[in-house]
Design a protein around this ligand. Sequence first.
Ligand code: ZN
Length: 239
Amino acid sequence: MTAQWNTDESRHFVVFFRSADARSVTAVAAKAEGYYAAISRDLGLRARRLRGQRHERITIYLFDTRDQFQANTGEPAWADASSIQRLRVIYSFAGAKEFLVQALPHEIAHVLLKEAVGFDNRAVPAWFEEGFSSLYEEKDAASAAAAVGTSIADGSYLALDRLSGLDIRGSNDAALLGRFYAQSSSIVRYLKAIDGGRKFRRLIRNMRSAESFERALTAAYGFKGIEELEEHWKEYLNR
Ligand SMILES: [Zn+2]
């Protein structure tokens, strides 16, 4: 028999769980609040909320097992979590490997980015969404950065126009996926580093109304297009 759902609430989250240990669930909510604050700040959402824009809590469903998670979400075997951003819902399961420090911040970042640019926004490239989410995963960023640096040095990196055209959702190519995520997060990290994050927050604001990502990028950073971003990013990494 399947256990009933229990809930735990914090300021910005409601966690639904079944058999998971209640203390570990409280730890999930506490960790989630920390990510929520940092990501909101980076996106310029805090200022907007202070002006009174309403928002609802994010709901996290923690299934008891990976099997239940997969059966209820249709996610592939390698996935540890997923989200439906428009509904502000995140799904995972108790004991997912590295959930607290990787999948949890990754999915919160997906939800909040969409809140910032508009849930219907189709202009956001997949590399930008995934690169942004990957930035908040607590993992060894140094080795990923080194791999990206090497790929630039030997010319094997994914040119940005190729990266922009990649739809990775259906891909099983682990090597390509690894390069896609590492390079995407490297470019977003670079965009965020400029000018103490001010231009990044302007880019996010621009994306709400711009009809294309490139226009929003040009208006925020002055890059003439994606090629110029690529040149500056490569220079920055080679410094
Ligand atoms: Zn993702």
